[in-house]
Design a binder for this molecule. Structure first.
Ligand code: NAG
Ligand code: NAG
Ligand code: NAG
Length: 541
């Protein structure tokens, strides 16, 4: 296990005050729409040799959307039982993941028995009801059924009913996309091949804004809780925590109204404050997380009710996954939002969320965004970075000082700017380092350089929404020797299309304070929303 980068011990890279609120990067929706309209055809670059890791809500062949005899296709399931059984009162929670649909059904003895509106496939789905009619329909149809059947958790039923409605709306959008007019949106209308299904994504995003509520546990003291780094390669951790805590629309102060519960700890702060340097002992970090879950599990009914499945944690630190493994249910049930989204280390794309790694050196992304068109990019491909991890030695061995078109170096010569090199290059090579994620991917998108990702076991951020193949190139480790021929086989026209799309995708990685619609903060929440849709929590006696 490697030591955390030294830069982290320098306090200037961490801030204890909430990340500054500065408004940056406004990009007109009309402008992006125009760009998308300019995309005439969809150039598909079939270079990806990795298996498709993510289960998406946005494709017709996805098991989440596929229908089978009017119901959701459920072919295989298993259940986990936990808790003590004693003679007087049988108390257990049954957790059932329905593998083929990706849906997770949870039955808990801590509430009481309910029967939910079916989580229906499109043919049987209750048609989406306009928002204003929804509450009265809830009252008439659902609450009438609930009344008189004592002890039901009506609030949980309402929560689950809202989610069922969200699922039905997305499924309908996936199935009807060719018949539907664009949804109105004052800020942005996602269209074009950047998305797996632009229309369904838009529908899902709007449903999230209408329905989704996050409760942030208030327990815990800063800086380990309710705080995190706003700069450094781990900035995504602090930025999210601060934005979440100051968000007024998606955050609720009433835990009874929440769809998900956020455990607001920072692994980066723990490494700084609890970890004994060079001890290689992460137990104190794992214990901190376990103690926290025990505290909130005793104080509130929510953790036990779902055995953590409607709870989420977030970490950009390399050790995030290992720290999360300190608590079995956090690891296996909860939504883990991680930069280190390594599928070989238990990252599960239908449950966990891949968090973009964004290296912020200042409080804003000003100066990191924008770049010239293809004709002003004389270099074919560029990489500079340390020789570490499983991928980079191969890249350096094959390409360092080997070819005038492929600029691959460990260190840049004095006076050469890293960002300028990226701006001069058509393709920016983003190999995994020690860990799968690389801040280069977002840097490349910001600088409008087409990213070339190299690595195995990595689930790209927002890959259930974004069609990465339309604006980036994925190269497997084995194909590193063929890098040049792969890139040369992409025609100039195809390249121009990819670069335009990279510019469109940029919006979803923008860091704004306060956050703006469709930016990185909201995309992270949208990923969490989709994972929460995979889970159904039942309370029963
Ligand atoms: C969606 O499509 C189905 C058939 O494909 C149709 O029956 C249904 O009315 C459509 N829904 C809407 C809202 O257009
Ligand atoms: C949740 O379960 C734990 C362990 O079984 C127990 O100690 C705790 O009291 C329970 N919490 C609530 C709120 O019932
Ligand atoms: C991902 O996890 C596997 C298994 O632990 C490990 O061998 C690999 O080095 C990790 N990182 C990368 C970049 O693949």
């Amino acid at each position: 296990m490697k030591e955390p980068p030294n830069s982290l011990s320098s306090p200037s890279h961490l801030c204890s005050l909430p990340c500054l609120h500065v408004n940056l990067c406004t990009r007109g929706g009309a402008f992006c729409m125009l760009l998308s309209l300019l995309l005439i055809s969809f150039a598909f670059v079939a270079i990806d040799s990795r298996k498709e890791n993510s289960v998406s809500w946005f494709s017709l062949d996805s098991p989440l959307v596929r229908e089978s005899g009017g119901g959701v296709l459920l072919s295989k399931s298993y259940s986990i039982k936990q808790g003590e059984k004693n003679s007087t009162k049988e108390k257990f929670v049954e957790l059932q993941r329905i593998e083929d649909s990706g849906e997770l059904v949870i039955n808990s003895s801590h509430g009481s028995s309910i029967s939910l509106p079916p989580v229906a496939a499109p043919s049987t789905a209750p048609m989406p009801v306009p928002a204003q009619r929804f509450s009265s329909l809830m009252n008439d149809a659902i609450l009438a059924k609930i009344r008189g059947s004592g002890g039901r958790d009506i609030k949980l039923e309402k929560i689950e009913y809202g989610l069922a409605r969200g699922r039905a709306a997305i499924r309908e959008a996936v199935q009807n996309k060719s018949y539907m007019p664009n949804l109105p949106d004052k800020d942005y209308v996602p269209i074009g091949p950047v998305y797996r299904n632009a229309y369904a994504f838009h529908r899902s995003y709007l449903e999230m804004e209408k329905i989704f509520k996050v409760y942030v546990y208030e327990e815990g003291e800063p800086p380990i809780f309710h705080d995190g780094p706003c700069r450094s390669i781990y900035s995504s951790e602090g930025r999210f925590i601060h934005s979440m805590e100051s968000d007024s629309k998606l955050r609720t102060r009433d835990p009874e109204l929440a769809h998900v519960y956020f455990l607001p700890f920072s692994v980066v702060k723990m490494v700084k404050l609890i970890y004994e340097p060079n001890s290689h002992d992460m137990e104190p970090l794992r214990r901190t997380v376990t103690d926290y879950i025990n505290v909130i599990g005793r104080k509130y009914p929510y953790w036990n009710r779902s055995i953590g499945a409607d709870h989420f944690m977030l970490s950009c630190h390399d050790w995030g996954p290992y720290v999360s493994s300190g608590h079995g249910h956090l690891f296996s049930n909860s939504i883990r939002v991680l930069c280190n989204a390594n599928t070989s280390e238990g990252f599960n794309p239908s449950k966990d969320v891949s968090l973009p790694e964004i290296n912020l050196k200042t409080d804003s992304i000003a100066g990191m965004v924008g770049g010239p068109s293809a004709s002003h990019r004389p270099i074919l491909a560029f990489f500079a970075g340390g020789d570490h991890g499983p991928i980079r030695p191969l890249l350096l061995k094959h390409w360092k000082n080997k070819d005038n078109d492929i600029h691959v170096n460990e260190y840049l010569p004095k006076g050469v700017s890293y960002y300028d090199m990226m701006r001069k290059s058509k393709y920016c090579i983003c190999p995994s380092g020690y860990e799968v994620a690389s801040p280069r991917i977002v840097e490349a998108l910001y600088l409008e350089c087409v990213p070339v990702t190299i690595g195995d076991n990595y689930v790209l951020p927002f890959s259930d929404v974004l069609n990465w193949k339309s604006f980036s190139v994925q190269v497997s480790k084995e194909d590193i020797p063929n890098l040049k021929s792969i890139l040369m086989s992409i025609s100039p026209r195809q390249y121009i299309r990819m670069q335009r799309r990279a510019k469109i995708a940029q919006r979803h990685f923008m860091v704004n304070s306060p956050p703006k619609r469709y930016d990185v903060f909201h995309m992270i929440l949208h990923s969490i929303w989709l994972r929460r849709l995979n889970v159904q929590v039942h309370a029963r006696a």
